[in-house]
Design a protein around this ligand. Sequence first.
Ligand code: OFO
Length: 168
Amino acid sequence: MLSKKMEKAFNDQIKWEYFSAYLYLSLSAYFQGLGLPGFANWMDVQFQEEQFHARKMFDYVLEKGGKVQLQGFDAPQHTWKSPLAAFEFALKHEYVVTKRINDLVDLAQKEKDHASAIFLQWYVTEQVEEEANFGDTVNKLKLVGDGGGLFMLDRELATRVFTPPAAA
Ligand code: OFO
């Protein structure tokens, strides 16, 4: 079973993961509007990843006999001043998510909830990848500027596909 504190913290994080999904879908629309379908594809894959993160936590709460209570959230931002500003915004968002996951691990340890602490390790590792992925594109965008390199990067980002993590 889950303590009430853990249950609430997991429900809050499920909301954040779905909000992340919504934010990346908004970013996908933004890039599509700019005529950058590869960037839009990349964000669409991220949208799917975030839904996976949310659903994995949702299933865990239920498996532990807890209650899932879905929450609403505000509309995500829908416009940015440039592709670089958009990716920097997303990277900052991921830093906040990493902090939230770390706080969840701290809480699990405080509650002596070893199962949840182990479950959350997957998210700890996933956040390393999330920050690296966004950070990598931020760096590339800084290098290419606004010129033709943007279209080359668009072609690269078009190749990203969503692969559901196996036995996650
Ligand atoms: Fe779920 O990692 Fe991004 O937000």
